[in-house]
Design a protein around this ligand. Structure first.
Ligand SMILES: [Fe+2]
Ligand SMILES: [Fe+2]
Length: 356
């Protein structure tokens, strides 16, 4: 990496120019073909065909109803992905096409209603930070990390990595949508946290890239969305909730509550994951991803709860309910994903794994 000095208004500023040596940063990033997923019902089949064809010819055609959660969830996930990296078989110009926004709005409405129906509500007792950590502890659910630490076999762990890749390959991206929508102190604190997630200026330390290196070292694909066709509907819903919160300004409180709950439940499970991966002899790169999060998220949880959400509620106290709604949704959806995976592996029977 070349460095050069510039003088800006009397300050000497050192800039990194070019890519740091030692890593191939393009080994699985957007270069590979990323195609629309397999449909999971009549709605997704119709919408994916429309996306790949001439949309205007289908403008007047009503969309078929979704056949179950998986059909609706994969359709919404695909429409959201137009705002992230898109697909090689879909025209980039469709991102804001009005014919897609109306039906997407309906799918989002269904998802948000379902998420809000599950949220029991919450009254803050005492100071916010203390109350929030107590709320997270009270809603502790099933733990995939505990299973990986002690009992999981290699196939189960590799399956879990494939499932987790849907989020980790775009780690922090859904929260980055929220930045322009925040009051000053909250914005400064969120960008401090995101700076860490995005590698502190070094692409080799970007968390999504650390994850990709770990996947590759395990012999897995690390191209974006490579395993979308095998993940259960609960994982699609988990990812869709993050995009829903991130893409709607009115849901900024839920987005930051979700972030805070995510960070507050990451450090200890990351330690368990690292220990389980070491127990199974998995490669150093994937262990390092989790080890990085043991330390980073011990800091991030304080930043996310006390400074990010704390400053948001000082500036906008009316968002308290949404902060807890977002936090509950994070914990509840993770519990549902864990239940599904543990039932699939025979650790729970299917009734125990199905979270009401
Ligand atoms: Fe991270
Ligand atoms: Fe983090």
């Amino acid at each position: 990496m070349r460095r050069r000095s510039l003088t800006l208004a009397g300050w000497n500023v050192r800039l990194a120019v070019g890519v740091p040596p030692g890593h191939d940063l393009d080994f699985c990033s957007p270069g590979g073909a990323v195609l629309t997923p397999k449909p999971r019902g009549p709605l997704s089949e119709f919408v994916f065909a429309v996306l790949r064809a001439d949309l205007d010819s289908d403008r007047a055609t009503p969309w078929p109803a979704a056949e179950g959660h998986a059909d609706a969830a994969i359709t919404l996930w695909t429409l959201y992905e137009l705002h992230y990296r898109g697909f090689d078989d879909v025209d980039d110009g469709l991102e804001w096409h009005p014919a897609l926004l109306g039906p997407r709005h309906e799918l989002e409405g269904d998802l948000e209603r379902r998420l809000r129906d599950r949220f029991p509500g919450h009254q803050i007792l005492g100071g916010f930070g203390q109350d929030f950590f107590a709320f997270v502890a009270d809603h502790d659910g099933l733990s995939l990390a505990a299973h990986v630490q002690r009992d999981a076999d290699r196939d189960q762990v590799l399956e879990l990595l494939r499932v987790r890749s849907i989020y980790h390959l775009k780690e922090a991206d859904p929260t980055a949508w929220v930045v322009p929508r925040l009051p000053v102190a909250t914005k400064a604190a969120l960008v401090e946290l995101l700076y860490d997630e995005y590698g502190v200026g070094d692409p080799n330390r970007l968390h999504a890239h650390l994850w990709a290196q770990g996947m590759t070292a395990c012999g897995l694909r690390c191209d974006y969305g490579a395993y979308i066709d095998e993940v259960p509907a609960e994982v699609l819903e988990q990812n869709n909730a993050m995009s829903l919160f991130g893409l709607h300004r009115r849901l900024r409180g839920a987005a930051l509550g979700h972030l805070a709950a995510f960070e507050a439940t990451s450090s200890m499970p990351s330690r368990r994951m690292a220990q389980g991966l070491e127990r199974l002899g998995l490669p150093r790169e994937i262990v390092d991803y989790y080890t990085e999060h043991v330390a980073a998220d011990a800091v991030h949880e304080q930043l996310a709860v006390r400074t990010i959400c704390g400053s948001l509620l000082e500036a906008e106290p009316g968002l308290a309910d949404d902060v807890y709604f977002g936090a509950f949704t994070c914990l509840d959806l993770e519990n549902r994903v864990a239940g599904r995976m543990l039932a699939r592996w025979g650790v729970l029977d299917s009734d125990e794994g199905a979270v009401a």
